[in-house]
Structure formats: structure tokens, C-alpha cells
Design a protein around this ligand. Structure first.
Ligand SMILES: C[C@@](CO)(OP(=O)(O)O)[C@H](O)COP(=O)(O)OP(=O)(O)OC[C@H]1O[C@@H](n2ccc(N)nc2=O)[C@H](O)[C@@H]1O
Ligand SMILES: Nc1ncnc2c1ncn2[C@@H]1O[C@H](COP(=O)(O)OP(=O)(O)O)[C@@H](O)[C@H]1O
Length: 287
């Protein structure tokens, strides 16, 4: 049996440049992995792909992104045997934290080992891109600038050490609806280059100043709870607060562990899913 860790990501920046003819949006996003992770287990089967999950809201058929990752490898390399994929879910589902994408990326890395395919992370990322825009980043983890529709990856410096408090309000957000609700002309563009400089110089204060997400106003318009949560987190002492991805999860950054409890305890009262984790930011190696 093979096991792989599948970490969540947060978006330190998310800019949308334009809508493309294929319906996707051209983006520039700085993403980094945090220490909140699913774990996937791969067990050889004689044939077929089966999914077991600890989380009942996750589909256990071909709609599961991990299923699609296994399917693409089986077809491409003419693999006759099968696999049972067990997902220990810790990352909240449909949260803007790329849980499903990270499960798929971990499945690609794990099956590469189990089926002795000898593929590089770059090759796995290309295969992952055909399933979802966030999967290439999740294949490498770490910290990166993602461009194109999210699949073009440029690796960046590890962010300065800090704590991340994540709070997911109990609402569902469709990524497609949030992109669809954007008015491209009125976007307030985050300072992507400024964030890259802050990371390169490991400048925590500047990193906090440069966070920004073009999708945040769209999700907040549809779900005012997200802006309430953001205000609360700032009130409880976060140095900066931003929505991750298309939401609805909001994250707050603090430099010192001593600042975490006030935010965590303050939010726990009215938001059911709150997590205090470390920024990881380091790339995943092929085992
Ligand atoms: C917003 C982001 C930010 O990291 O993440 P999440 O909020 O999902 O975590 C990503 O851009 C989401 O990536 P992912 O969830 O992989 O999206 P996909 O499955 O490829 O696409 C789902 C739908 O989102 C829209 N989409 C996605 C990516 C993109 N660059 N432009 C788009 O317009 C399209 O309508 C697409 O049909
Ligand atoms: N392995 C998986 N884990 C979670 N959700 C999955 C998975 N595979 C497919 N999905 C579907 O993908 C959707 C988005 O899930 P997720 O990746 O958790 O969120 P996001 O794209 O917001 O980061 C969910 O609604 C879920 O039905």
C-alpha cells in the first residue's frame, strides 16, 4: 500500500487578466501550501478504480478528481491492473483550498511510484492540467506563480515563517459562478510583482501588505458572511486577512504563535470550521 500527503493551498494573490475564448480566465496567482493536508492511500486491485472517502460530500465515482487522475494514467500507459484510492479528508470540501486538486496530484505522484512509470513532476503536472487548472501547482506544492489558466508554474521563494488561521463559513461556492460573476473592467488588480519581491526578501510585513484577490469582491457580494468573517478576523488581531481562491475560506496571517489563540477562539464561536496551521511553502519531492 502506498500513501501520499495532499496539502491544501492558499492564494496570497489572485489576479484575473482577461477572459479567454475557451471560457477560462487568464490569471496570475501566487499560491503556497499550508500544513493542512488530506492523506491518500493506494492499494493495488486486479482491475478498475474504486474510491473510498472519509467525507460523505465527496463523490466516490468518476466525478472524483483522484479517480480522473488514476484513469488518465491507466489509459495513457495501458495499465491493465486497477487501484483502490482511499481519501482521508481533512481539507474542507469546495472551500477554495484545492483539496480535490491536491488529492488528484497526490494520486498522480503515488501511482507513478506504484506502477513504476518513471515520470518527472513536470510530466505529471502536464497530465494533471488536463483534469483541472489547480492540479499542476498541487503536483509540486511549495510556493509558485501560476499563470495561463493556472497551469503554468514558476517556482518562488518559501514565504517567511508564520501562522495561518483558516475559517470556512458553512456555504458552498461554485468556482465557475465566481469567475462568471466578474466584471473584468472593474477589477482591482493585486500587486503580483510586489508580492514576489516580498517573498524574495522574506519580508513578512510587506507580504501582508501585498495580499490581494480579484475574486474576493464577487464572492463577498454573493455571500456577505465572507466579509463579516474577514472583519472579525482582523478585529481578533490578524495582521492581514484574505479570501483564498474562489472562497469561501478566509485566511488570516500572524507572525507569532502567541497571536493564534485569540483569533482561533474568537472565530470558533460562530464559524464551525476553523484551523490554525503553519505556512509550509516547501516543494514536494518525488519519493
Ligand atoms: C479559483 C482557483 C484559484 O486557485 O481555485 P479554487 O477556488 O477552485 O480553489 C482556481 O483558479 C480554480 O481552479 P480549479 O478549481 O482547478 O478550476 P477548473 O476545474 O479548471 O475549472 C472550473 C471552472 O472555473 C472556471 N475557471 C477556472 C480557472 C480559470 N483560470 N478560469 C476560469 O474561468 C471555469 O468556468 C471552469 O469551468
Ligand atoms: N477528491 C476530492 N475531494 C474533494 N472534492 C472533490 C474531490 N473530487 C472531486 N471533488 C468535487 O470537486 C468540488 C471542488 O472541491 P475542492 O477541490 O475541495 O474545492 P476547491 O476547488 O474550491 O478548492 C467539490 O464540490 C467536489 O464535489
Amino acid at each position: 500500500m502506498i500513501s501520499e500527503k495532499a496539502p491544501a493551498k492558499i492564494n496570497l494573490t489572485l489576479d484575473v487578466l482577461q477572459k479567454r475564448p475557451d471560457g477560462f480566465h487568464e490569471v496570475e496567482m501566487i499560491m503556497t501550501t499550508v500544513d493542512l493536508a488530506d492523506r491518500i492511500w493506494l492499494k493495488p486491485l486486479d482491475r478498475g478504480i474504486t474510491i473510498r472517502s472519509s467525507e460523505r460530500f465527496v463523490p466516490n465515482d468518476k466525478r472524483n478528481l483522484a479517480w480522473q487522475a488514476a484513469d488518465i494514467l491507466r489509459k495513457k500507459f495501458d495499465i491493465r491492473s486497477g487501484v483502490e484510492i482511499t481519501l482521508d479528508k481533512n481539507i474542507p470540501v469546495a472551500a477554495g483550498l484545492a483539496g480535490g486538486s491536491s488529492d488528484a496530484a497526490a494520486t498522480l505522484r503515488g501511482l507513478n511510484r506504484m506502477w513504476n512509470l518513471g515520470l518527472s513532476l513536470d510530466e505529471l503536472a502536464v497530465l494533471g492540467a488536463s483534469i483541472g487548472s489547480d492540479i499542476p501547482f498541487c503536483v509540486y506544492g511549495g510556493t509558485a506563480l501560476a499563470s495561463g489558466r493556472g497551469e503554468q508554474i514558476q517556482h518562488l521563494s518559501v514565504p517567511p515563517n508564520c501562522w495561518v488561521v483558516l475559517a470556512k463559513p458553512p456555504i458552498s461556492v461554485s468556482t465557475a459562478d465566481i469567475y462568471g460573476g466578474l466584471d473584468i473592467q472593474s477589477i482591482e488588480h493585486p500587486d503580483t510583482a510586489g508580492m514576489m519581491e516580498a517573498l524574495a526578501s522574506a519580508d513578512y510585513e510587506n507580504m501582508c501588505k501585498k495580499v490581494g484577490n480579484a475574486l474576493e469582491p464577487v464572492t463577498m457580494r454573493l455571500h456577505p458572511q465572507v466579509s463579516v468573517l474577514k472583519e472579525q478576523m482582523l478585529k481578533f488581531g490578524a495582521d492581514t486577512v484574505l479570501m483564498s481562491g474562489s472562497g469561501p475560506t478566509v485566511f488570516g496571517l500572524v507572525e507569532h504563535e502567541s497571536q493564534v489563540a485569540r483569533i482561533y477562539n474568537g472565530l470558533k464561536g460562530f464559524c464551525p470550521e476553523v484551523y490554525a496551521v503553519r505556512m509550509m511553502g516547501e516543494r514536494i519531492n518525488l519519493a
